[in-house]
Design a protein around this ligand. Structure first.
Ligand code: BG6
Length: 501
């Protein structure tokens, strides 16, 4: 598949919460990479909006400092100048009309200066509690109406904290915006390897015929991090691993792995198929929650010879906290392709390795041709899609070890992104920002998908809240999670594929 090279539409990007970490670490570097690769037109401007009072001059020098820090010494001076000319800031209270009237005035000036046809995209890098307010205020001064140019709104996660809150947020936003103007971002969809799942499955003819219950025994999805909660204890303690990772990032991986071929790569065709998978995931009864889910919280431990403190000792975390930092689920997808094929998913902080991958475990060969030999235990085939840190795909199969007697060993056939395509400079946000600027919503969440995802996890959250964990902390920092996580697969005679860092 190759897409024709095109430029983003002429537009202004307005970042709410512009003085935060996301703007520094991801958004500006992503814009820089896009401009460097010549995807941005000259008719482009950026306006940062924050509660902090600051001049445009101060904001620009922060931006320059951040870009120099994140891009490194090779930062292109001409490009920095290009950004400087186009970057502005306006500060004020998000609840005050004045903040928005000043923004409106600034936008008009920039439209004129850079010949921009009133196309605006708003990036809400704010706490979710402000999503509704900012959108409403923007509507009050006519910044949501599309009569003079397009208006798009990107909302960062978390989008709600359960089914009810996600529904109310959808209702609140849809009162003001059309669904086609709402871009709910999930940065996992910006990752090359995640986008490659569709190309791997549907751009090759050899995998799809065996991608079903006749050949696949089960699927494992792991998103393990070595990091703890860092400086986000306040947010994380009220969220937990399940909310933070599963209805968003992990369900993206599940749907892309499990979906039927879409009729085209048009946004709704792809999202329809993803939504069908979410609707086909069997709901968890309270009984299921006890048997098909596992939660954990990290205690003290060691990672790379360094001592790590327990979650409960982290800054801004309640010392008696019952919030989970690890979650594992056994999902069943009730459809023709996947009946009887469990999808085991797990995610956790302070685990043994940074390791995100999807493992497709195939069934054993049916004919035990080698029954009488020493290799009675045939190896099973496995495809591992490595998402990070080493992006690539491995096919695991059995091969005869050279020699006069039949002996079989397990071998890996590896495709590694870096070896084939060289290093790609990317923050993971480039593609998503560019897609928003060109009006392609394929990699963004639709309202029904967000609600279907929360509908799956909300019953788990309810049971976990009603029955607080009594054994926390129940895994050591630097381990592969609580023993109950291994037991979840062992009860089905299966085992997690752990990698050693
Ligand atoms: C974020 C979560 O959405 O994703 C974090 O809030 C998590 O807790 C992060 O660390 C993981 O993203 P990545 O790209 O590092 O796998």
């Amino acid at each position: 598949m190759s897409e024709k090279f095109k430029l983003a539409d002429p537009c202004t990007m307005i970042i709410f919460g512009a003085t935060g970490d996301l703007t520094k670490r991801k958004l500006f570097p992503a814009l820089y990479n896009l401009a460097k690769a010549k995807f941005l037109p000259d008719n482009f401007a950026i306006v940062g909006v924050g509660r902090q009072e600051m001049t445009s001059e101060d904001f620009r020098s922060q931006m320059k400092g951040n870009l120099t820090e994140f891009i490194g010494k090779d930062v292109d001076k001409d490009l920095l100048k290009w950004f400087e000319e186009r970057t502005h800031y306006t500060g004020g209270d998000f609840a005050a009309k004045k903040t928005f009237t000043e923004l409106r005035k600034l936008l008009k000036e920039l439209d004129k200066q850079f010949d921009i046809p009133e196309n605006y995209f708003f990036y809400l890098a704010t706490p979710p509690s402000l999503f509704g307010l900012v959108t409403e205020k923007a509507a009050e001064i006519d910044l949501t109406d599309e009569k003079d140019g397009w208006r798009r709104f990107i909302y960062e996660k978390p989008f709600g904290r359960d089914l009810e809150s996600a529904k109310s947020l959808n209702i609140e936003l849809q009162k003001i915006l059309k669904e086609s103007q709402i871009y709910r971002i999930d940065h996992y969809l910006g990752k090359e390897t995640v986008q490659n799942i569709l190309v791997f499955r549907f751009g090759n003819s050899i995998f799809e015929p065996i991608w079903n219950r006749n050949y696949i025994d089960h699927v494992q999805i792991t998103v393990a991090e070595k990091l703890g909660v860092e400086l986000r204890g306040g947010y994380y303690d009220a969220a937990g691993a399940l909310r933070d990772m599963i209805p968003n990032h992990i369900f993206q991986l599940v749907t892309l792995t499990a979906m039927e071929p879409p009729i085209s790569f048009e946004a709704n065709a792809v999202r329809d198929e993803q939504a069908k998978i979410l609707c086909a995931i069997q709901p968890f009864s309270p009984e299921d929650v006890l048997h098909k889910t596992v939660r954990g919280q990290y205690g003290e431990g060691q990672i790379e010879d360094k001592k790590k403190i327990a979650y409960r000792a982290e800054p801004q975390v309640n010392p008696m906290s019952n919030t989970e930092t690890f979650a594992a689920l056994k999902l069943s997808i009730d459809n023709w392709r996947w009946a009887g094929v469990p999808f085991y998913v797990r995610t956790g902080k302070r685990m043994a390795a940074k390791h995100s991958e999807i493992v497709i475990q195939f069934k054993k060969a049916p004919f035990m041709l080698f029954r009488e030999t020493a290799i009675e235990k045939l190896t099973t085939n496995r495809i591992a899609i490595h998402i990070q840190p080493d992006e690539g795909i491995t096919l695991h199969f059995g091969a005869k070890i050279p020699g006069p007697i039949v002996n079989m060993g397990s071998v890996d056939m590896d495709f590694n992104y870096l070896d084939h395509f060289g290093e790609q400079v990317s923050t993971g946000y480039e593609r998503l920002l560019f897609d928003c600027m060109t009006g392609d919503a394929t990699l963004f969440q639709r309202a029904d998908m967000v609600e279907a995802s929360w509908a799956i996890v909300s019953p788990i959250l309810d049971v976990w809240q009603a029955i607080p964990a009594r054994d926390f902390p129940n895994y050591e920092s630097g381990s592969w999670g609580p023993k109950e996580s291994d037991a979840l697969l062992e009860q089905d005679n299966r085992k997690w594929q752990n990698t050693v860092d």
